[in-house]
Design a protein around this ligand. Structure first.
Ligand code: MF3
Ligand code: CO
Length: 257
C-alpha cells in the first residue's frame, strides 16, 4: 500500500534528509587514501548522535540477510556494487567508493548515496561510470512529476543507464520511504513509460541507479551475505536521493540546505 505524505511530513523527511546530506558531504570530503571505511563509518556514527538522529541501517535485518546489518553506512569499494560492509582496509588512491546512508530523525527516514574516486588522479573510465549513474538518477528525478506514472520514472532511469553502455544491477531498485526506510512502491531501474501507478503529490521515493562498468548485469553475494559484487569483477557506481512528488515538481529531500 502506498502512503502519501502531507506537506508537513515531507518537511520532516527533508529535515532527516538534511542530516543525511551534511554527513554524506563530510564523508565525501574525508574519503582519501589512507583512511579506512570503518573510520568513515565511525565518523558517521558520531555525527548521527550529534544530530540527535538514529541510524536506519544499524541492526536492520531484512529477510535476505543472514544477520542484522553491523554498521551505519554501506561503503562499497570497486567491484562491490551496494551493501558493502565497511572494511578495515585503508583506501588507496584510485579506489571507487560508493557510500549509502540513511537516518531516522523524529521518526522519519531519508536515504541517499554517492560515488567518488579517492585521490587526485581518478581514472576517466571511473568518472564516466559515476557520471552516467548521476545522470540516470537525475533523469529519474526529473520524471517524478505529479500525473506521470511510476513506469515513466523507471523508463527515464533505465534509458539513460542503457544509453551509456554500462551494465545495471539486476532486480534491484529504489523504494518508497517515510516512517520506514523501505516502503511501497518498488521503483524499478528499468520499465515502460506510461505503466504503473500514477504519481501524486505526497509520494516520497528513494531513486537509486546502480551501474556496472563491464556492461553486464550479473552480480554475486559475498560470503558475508550483504555485499553485492559485480560478477565480472569490474567496478560499480551508485547514486541515490530521496525525493518528493509535489504539485510544483520533484523536490530533492536529501540535499544540504
Ligand atoms: N539504502 C539501502 C537500500 O535502499 C539500504 C541498505 S540496507 C542496510 O537498499 F541494511 F545495508 F543498511
Ligand atoms: Co535506498
Amino acid at each position: 500500500m502506498i502512503e502519501l505524505k502531507t506537506p508537513g511530513e515531507i518537511d520532516a523527511i527533508a529535515a532527516a534528509g538534511s542530516v543525511v546530506a551534511t554527513i554524506l558531504a563530510t564523508l565525501r570530503a574525508k574519503a582519501a587514501p589512507g583512511i579506512t571505511p570503518l573510520e568513515l563509518d565511525a565518523l558517521a556514527a558520531d555525527m548521527i548522535a550529534d544530530a540527535g538522529a538514529e541510524s536506519s541501517f544499524l541492526g536492520y535485518h531484512p529477510r535476505f540477510a543472514p544477520s542484522p546489518y553491523p554498521a551505519v553506512t554501506c561503503i562499497s569499494v570497486n567491484d562491490a556494487i551496494v551493501h558493502g560492509v565497511p572494511a578495515a582496509d585503508p583506501l588507496v588512491a584510485g579506489d571507487l567508493l560508493s557510500v549509502d546512508f540513511a537516518v531516522h530523525l523524529d521518526g522519519w527516514c531519508a536515504d541517499s548515496a554517492f560515488s567518488v574516486v579517492v585521490g587526485d588522479d581518478p581514472d576517466p573510465a571511473d568518472m564516466a561510470l559515476i557520471d552516467a549513474t548521476e545522470r540516470s538518477l537525475a533523469a529519474g528525478i526529473r520524471a517524478a512529476r505529479a500525473g506521470a506514472k511510476l513506469g515513466d520514472v523507471s523508463h527515464a532511469i533505465g534509458t539513460v543507464a542503457r544509453a551509456s553502455g554500462f551494465g545495471m544491477l539486476e532486480n534491484h531498485g529504489g523504494h518508497g520511504v517515510g516512517r520506514s526506510m523501505h516502503e511501497d512502491p518498488h521503483v524499478a531501474n528499468e520499465g515502460r513509460a506510461g505503466r504503473g501507478v500514477k504519481l501524486r503529490p505526497g509520494l516520497v521515493l528513494a531513486i537509486e541507479p546502480m551501474l556496472i562498468a563491464g556492461g553486464t548485469d550479473a552480480y554475486r553475494h559475498d560470503p558475508d551475505g550483504w555485499t553485492l559484487r559485480t560478477a565480472d569483477g569490474t567496478r560499480a557506481a551508485h547514486a541515490e536521493h530521496t525525493i518528493a512528488v509535489t504539485k510544483d515538481g520533484p523536490r530533492i529531500l536529501t540535499a544540504t540546505r
